[in-house]
Ligand binder design. Sequence first.
Ligand code: MN
Length: 228
Amino acid sequence: MSEDRVSWQPPRLAVSGGGFFPVRQVWCVGRNYAEHAREMGVDPDKSEPVFFAKPAACMHQAQSVSYPPSTDELHHEVELVVFLADGGRNLAAAAWAERIFGYAAGVDLTRRDVQARFKQAGQPWELSKGFDQAAPVGAIQTAAEWSPDSAATIELQVNGMLRQQARLVDMIWSVPMLLERLSRSVTLRAGDALMTGTPAGVGPLQVDDRVTARISGLPVLEFSVRQS
Ligand code: MN
């Protein structure tokens, strides 16, 4: 067998307790917390989960994020991220629990001005979500050690000031329900990540900001924003 003529590696994310998780695909859901749907001008009662993807190459665990080009409005969206050890298609919610490898705190960085312009023009807003370093995540905790419970909170601070805070039970669609819905449209596989949506309070980041994302019981995600 001949060698590859081009070499590359998928993002490899550190797992709490040792080892790495290679990222195959990054799926995302929009409007999964009612208050955030309202702040984006959408009636949550009428909403179905809105799925989209970020390039897998966006996901990383660097301690700083370079402020991206082509935007003046880089927004933070703190999210619970789910990682799959196994996949499938068209599987019921109950089948997904045993396929989850682990969880992490993550931030779905968004060029909000770019997204608004594309939305207004009726064009795809992919580049508002997919850019270098657009998905910082913390260390992954395995599903054997952590799973969402009814008391778990999700929050994000910028320079020590609280910007987003909610309970994971405030999610409109639970993790198994999201995986069931998404697997009706695409085949999910080992290595896939799902960012499960953000609560209210999204807002802009500036150069030199320090971002701290916390989900009860998961490793804390911290990164700074630096000049590109
Ligand atoms: Mn998001």
